[in-house]
Ligand binder design. Structure first.
Ligand SMILES: [Zn+2]
Length: 440
């Protein structure tokens, strides 16, 4: 096994660049070691394989070099190197000061309280959804090109603490087309047939792993770990749960593995997540659990669902718990406070669903009046005067505001219209728009 030491010089295969070894940063579990290296002023990471067919590895690296350029999110080979018959590659270096594991999507982040105690806090839903969107956008590129990563897990996805950007690592495990069946990936993230060694991982395995991660992140717990996990079992419990006898906790037909009664958070969340989200999980963990892998929700479909969840949720002002318009009850199930729905703008006599007003929301005629030839009417801004939401008029259509007491005023492009819940807006002397919302 070739080991590099500080000061060793490694030249790229094309002879264009020389790298000087600084330190060993990661000892690979069988596959290869990762070193921190530098070349002039630039810092890189170098991965040197010590097992595997060197010719195959080399071909794979060249292929990944091209494919990895598809998205800035993939950490991919920049230079191929050859050290005493061992191949490896040089890639972008992700500094641990800057990049953290995406497991914060599941574990939350630590916060130090005034009294010095450290607590773990979940990320707010909008932040989770924003990060998930970036992850699915990157994986969709691979999925659509029929490439699988094969080992999708939290630790292989890093988040930049400063910019919120993501990086997907270990692209060297990505393979195109058919490969020999082998156990790869991490228990719990692996689909049952791969875990049993009956199938080689493919892009649908990635779709499975991502759905597990998304479930863990948004719902908490694991989609296959319900009450049966806590019962007496003759087999290794993880093999039983994830490989030989997997049953989705929310399986519509088989109710044998519902979350254990103590998993209160999981139960509450399964109850409140909208039907389209639960349906997408069901497709992955019931309909597509085994051979019917194409039934699993794809990264592209998840992207649409994530957008929808973003649009469909609001926050309890008291405790910050997320709720969904469709399923929200009168009171918050966490703190008991009466829920106050965001204000919504709707048009009388239109079949459009209307728009919830948040800071920065753009209101288009397509959301309010009719789908065709949509143009922007307003943008929600926060007024300097009383810090309340107002509408910035962005179109040239005349708008009339009429208050409950009969007072009315005309507005034009660039004007700021105050929001009064019981007021009415008339656009182009034709469409009547009103505000609804407040307490449910
Ligand atoms: Zn609450």
């Amino acid at each position: 096994m070739t080991k590099l030491k500080k000061g060793d010089v490694v030249r790229s295969e094309d002879g264009k660049r020389e790298f000087i070894v600084d330190a060993l940063i990661h000892t690979g579990t069988g596959q290869g070691d990762v070193y921190k290296v530098h070349s002039d002023k630039d810092i890189f990471a170098l991965k040197l394989f010590h097992t595997g067919d060197m010719n195959i590895l080399k071909r794979q690296m060249h292929r990944l070099q091209l494919r990895g350029r598809a998205s800035a999110a993939f950490v991919h080979p920049l230079y191929v190197v050859n050290v005493d018959g061992n191949v490896g590659y040089v890639m972008e270096f992700l500094s641990p000061e800057e990049y953290i594991s995406s497991s914060i999507l599941f574990n939350g982040v630590e916060r130090v309280l005034d009294n010095g105690d450290v607590i773990r806090e979940e990320l707010p839903l909008y932040q989770k959804l924003g990060l998930w969107k970036l992850i699915f956008e990157a994986i969709k590129i691979l999925f659509d090109a029929d490439i699988s990563l094969g080992d999708v897990k939290y630790d292989n996805i890093k988040i930049n603490k400063n910019t919120g950007g993501i990086k997907i690592l270990d692209t060297d495990t990505a393979v195109g087309g058919k490969a020999k069946a082998m156990v790869r990936g991490t228990i719990g993230f692996m689909e049952p047939l791969v875990m049993r060694g009956e199938k080689a991982p493919n892009k649908y395995s990635d779709a499975y792993s991502l759905a597990v991660m998304l479930y863990m992140s948004l719902i908490s717990g694991h989609p296959l770990r319900g009450r049966r996990y806590h019962e007496q079992c003759n087999q290794n419990i993880d093999v039983y749960t994830f490989a030989t006898n997997p049953v989705y906790v929310y399986n519509k037909k088989d109710k044998s593995n519902r979350p254990a009664p103590h998993e209160k958070r999981t139960i509450a969340r399964l109850k409140k997540y909208p039907e389209y989200f639960l349906e997408a999980m069901h497709r992955t963990f019931v309909d597509g659990l085994f051979e019917d892998e194409t039934k699993r929700t794809t990264p592209g479909e998840w992207l649409e669902i994530i957008d929808r969840l973003y649009e469909d949720h609001f926050i309890c002002k008291q405790c910050g718990e997320e709720h969904f318009f469709e399923t929200a009850e009168r009171n918050c199930h966490v703190c008991g406070t009466e829920l106050e729905l965001p204000i919504k703008l709707v048009c009388d006599g239109s079949d459009r669903s209307g728009v919830y007003l948040f800071n920065g929301t753009e209101v288009w005629t397509g959301d309010l009046i009719e789908k065709e030839n949509s143009y922007q009417l307003f943008k929600v801004v926060v007024s300097d005067f009383d810090k309340k939401f107002s509408l910035l008029c962005t179109s040239t259509q005349p708008v009339t505001l009429e208050l409950k007491n009969g007072f009315s005023k005309d507005f034009g492009r660039g004007d700021i219209i105050p929001i009064f819940l019981d007021s009415k807006l008339t656009i182009s002397n034709k469409y009547n728009i009103k505000f609804i919302g407040g307490t449910k």
